[in-house]
Design a binder for this molecule. Structure first.
Ligand code: 8Y7
Length: 278
């Protein structure tokens, strides 16, 4: 379960944390905070010191209702940060993008994983990912960020999300991305109601019989706000509970904003799991 991310290793033999670094003026939970390259670099180094095994850099907000960003703007936001971080970080950098041009430029600048909330469905994205020869995370999204929360319906959300991701993985493998470079993500909050998100998490173990490790992103998401009536800044305890439940159901990589706390929670999961083995 070791991923070669453009020369840096991501070891998923145990659960790990992916730290979120948004370099956008308008992101869902920390938009604007790390918009300058200097601040972004400092934040990435801090997350590495707090235990992040990989840093996910995104230049396009995917929050519900967000507007699209041009290729040029996205490149201008992410490439300088990746270049500045590449030599200073020991952990790999992930590029959160849907655009093949950004994938290519980010990997050329040193990124080692492509995190695509659109599961490489953009024109040319699968080919770009295959040529980049780095691991990919394929995420499920129903619709697009502008419209995805308008009455999403599923007969069986776990089966439909799983089938979609396995189909996308098959497309990638046919295009030359080996199975050993693919991760799957059910895409919590991307075209799902609160009830559908809960059902997906309850059924997460159904992803464990695939050859692909599972990444989850639940940190600070609006399902917590809806269920508990909490603002963004108040969602850490519930985010940790969801992270632990995901790992208990087989998730290998947890995407999180609060890296120190999330890594502490996962280390306790790991400690308990290892006690059973001995
Ligand atoms: C996810 C994600 C976001 C997620 C993966 C947010 C970019 C919204 N969520 N990528 N990105 N999985 N793989 O709340 O759940 O951070 S953006």
């Amino acid at each position: 379960m070791q991923f070669d991310c453009n020369g840096k290793i991501l070891d998923l033999s145990r659960p790990q944390v992916m730290g979120v670094l948004n370099v956008t003026p308008d992101s869902f939970s920390d938009g604007g905070d790390f918009f300058s390259p200097e601040k972004a670099v400092a934040r990435a180094l801090e997350m590495e010191a707090q235990g992040a095994a990989i840093i996910d850099i995104g230049g396009e907000s995917t929050r519900p209702g967000a507007e699209a960003v041009s290729v040029g703007d996205e490149l201008e936001r992410v490439v300088p940060v990746i270049e500045a971080l590449q030599l200073r970080l020991s952990v790999p950098i992930s590029i959160d993008t849907q655009k093949p041009e950004v994938m290519r430029a980010a990997v050329a600048a040193g990124a080692g994983l492509i995190n695509d909330v659109n599961a490489l469905r953009a024109d040319g994205a699968v080919e770009a990912a295959a040529e980049c020869a780095v691991p990919v995370c394929l995420m499920h999204m129903r619709g697009d960020p502008r419209t995805m929360q308008a009455d999403p319906r599923y007969d069986d959300v776990v089966t439909e999300v799983r089938d979609f991701l396995l189909e996308r993985a098959a497309v990638c493998e046919r295009a030359g991305v080996p199975a050993s470079r693919i991760m799957l993500d059910p895409g919590f909050g991307f075209g799902k109601t609160v009830e559908q998100n809960l059902a997906l998490l309850a059924g997460l173990e159904r992803f464990s019989d695939t050859p692909y490790p599972v990444l989850v992103g639940l940190s600070r998401k609006s399902m917590i706000g809806r269920l508990l009536g909490l603002d963004l800044s108040e969602r850490l305890p519930a985010s940790l509970a969801l992270a632990v439940m995901s790992v208990e159901r087989g998730a290998r990589l947890v995407r999180a904003h609060d890296v120190a706390a999330t890594w502490q929670a996962l280390q306790m999961c790991i400690a308990v799991k290892e006690a059973v083995k001995e």
